[in-house]
Design a protein around this ligand. Sequence first.
Ligand SMILES: [Zn+2]
Length: 247
Amino acid sequence: MHIVYYTTSKTRRRLFICFLLIFVVFLLATLLPFVRANLWAARPVAVKGLPLSGKVFVLDPGHGGYDPGVMRDDMKEKDIVLEIAFVLRDYLQAAGARVIMTRESDRDFLAVPIAGPKKQQDMANRMQIVNEAAPDLFISLHVNAIASPRWRGAQVFYKSNCERSKAYAEKIQQELRRVLANTEREIKPGNYYVLNHAASAAVLVECGFLSHSQEAKLLCDPAYQSKVAWAVYGGILRSFSQEEAGN
Ligand SMILES: [Zn+2]
């Protein structure tokens, strides 16, 4: 009798352990997919993206090829803006943005012949690249020159009647004033072909005056070109981080 009782108790204990194991395995099997799914879902929040991830920018170094833009001695607008664009591209890409450049060499856009005079063809083909890319912001880079040698300073123009373009221009101009510390210029709406024909938000940065002797030297200096690019980048970064924060 005593032995029978002992055997029954042992069997019950074994059964209990068996059920307990099955329960634990069942619990783990049920919960694991939830745990894994939640960890996976939390990933983008836990690992922060780059500040401009998912944003698209088109950079347009003005002129090129047959069209040098404004000139002073052997200094040409088309060369200066291309150098600034390369640096700006690198900054934007490092922040996670996708960057499309209308040109990466000394070229024009007459390869695809369309009707109209030479300059108009060039501009129309250039804007086709811009609008096909459908960027978050289109940035055209230029250098100014006027008859009077005393004017200087970088200035941002924006697409008329476009509040987003105006807001981007304001942030970029603020950074140009702060970083370059040589201008008090203000933004203006610009009546330019590239701004008028851009489907997206668009700004045109006049990086300085080639007609000002001191500024002309600065504009050809790689260190100053990087400062201009850094300022434009800073303005873009501030604009887009503010948009993210507002969302
Ligand atoms: Zn120009």
